[in-house]
Design a protein around this ligand. Structure first.
Ligand SMILES: NC(=O)c1ccc[n+]([C@@H]2O[C@H](COP(=O)([O-])OP(=O)(O)OC[C@H]3O[C@@H](n4cnc5c(N)ncnc54)[C@H](OP(=O)(O)O)[C@@H]3O)[C@@H](O)[C@H]2O)c1
Length: 284
């Protein structure tokens, strides 16, 4: 029997893209979507975590632009809820693994960010996620925080899925070239999180993303190429051409050094993962 299957795992936010990928990989886990558990409901959280040794929190308010005008909802999902989860996990000695984001950084860096680098969120989403990390560690210093970035499955509304849809709908599209990050295929991250859980060590704050870095423009070109379409139909533009309520970091590549340092397997190269993802959602 694997160490993972010996742990009783509870997944919160199991209706989201990472939560679904985790539930697929760990069918023995208790997977709770928002309708099953609102993480801001303290009594319900207490009852839900009682059945687990490990809680993987994938619940979050992730609407980056909407958060700018809905700060209260973003705080509830990203700060209050995680703080409650951490307090309840600590009470019963369960291990909390909480997911955070590259958007805690300001994006002015020139090399991949380490967990110890200074943070400086540029958006309400990023600030609430950072406050959520702090609320979690205050309530339960033994919790693990895993920061990730540019998560996609390619099948519903994420960046890769959107590029797939636009390839079918438009002759040319413009995509920003001044945002650089590391695309992370949700099933790869799910596998990494289960490896982390099986390890029974607490690395504190770690970074886990697909390996390598790419601009959104180059990622869109890669999607077109994988679909057999002409990548030159994707044109570069700047973020200023697409004004949006939230300011996103220009460079938010996360170093996987902290992940590898505790003996965990690095997630595969973003390009290999993309190829696999698109084969699964759009077989040719
Ligand atoms: N997506 C990315 O590119 C990305 C990048 C970096 C980090 N992350 C982090 O990765 C984690 C997983 O994100 P994801 O991409 O899987 O996001 P997602 O698809 O938006 O899933 C988040 C889930 O949390 C649920 N939720 C929101 N508030 C809740 C509450 N109070 N109680 C219970 N559930 C609640 C949402 O339900 P509703 O849909 O009903 O609101 C949704 O099902 C999050 O911590 C996110 O911040 C994501």
């Amino acid at each position: 029997m694997s160490l993972v299957s010996q742990s009783r795992i509870v997944i919160t936010g199991a209706g989201g893209q990472l939560g679904r990928a985790l539930a697929d990989r760990a069918p023995e886990a208790v997977a709770l979507g928002r309708a099953d558990l609102d993480i801001t409901d303290s009594d319900a959280v207490a009852a839900a975590v009682r059945s687990g040794d490990v809680v993987l929190n994938c619940a979050a308010y992730t609407a980056v632009d909407a958060a700018e005008s809905d700060r209260a909802a973003a705080r509830a999902g990203n700060v209050t809820g995680p703080g409650i989860l951490a307090a309840r996990c600590r009470e019963i000695g369960a291990r909390l693994v909480h997911i955070s984001t590259d958007y805690v950084f300001d994006g002015t860096g020139e090399r991949p960010y380490e967990p110890s680098d200074p943070t400086g969120p540029t958006s309400v989403y990023g600030s609430t996620k950072l406050a959520g990390e702090r609320a979690v560690l205050l309530a339960d210093p033994r919790a693990t925080i895993v920061r990730t970035a540019w998560v996609y499955t390619g099948d519903r509304g994420d960046f890769v899925a959107t590029m797939r849809r636009l390839e079918a709908e438009r002759e040319t599209i413009s995509v920003v070239e001044d945002q650089v990050g590391s695309p992370t295929y949700a099933p790869d991250l799910a596998a990494g999180l289960l490896e982390l859980v099986a390890q029974h060590k607490n690395p504190g704050v770690v970074h886990a993303t697909g390996s390598g870095a790419v601009s959104r423009f180059e990622l869109a070109r890669a999607v077109f190429a994988e679909l057999g379409a002409d990548p030159d139909r994707v044109r570069p533009c700047g973020s200023a051409d697409f004004p949006s309520p939230a300011r996103r970091p220009a460079y938010s590549v996360l170093s996987n050094r902290s992940w590898v340092a505790v003996g965990l397997t690095p997630l595969r190269d973003w390009r290999d993962a993309l190829s696999d993802a698109l084969l699964r959602v759009a077989p040719r």
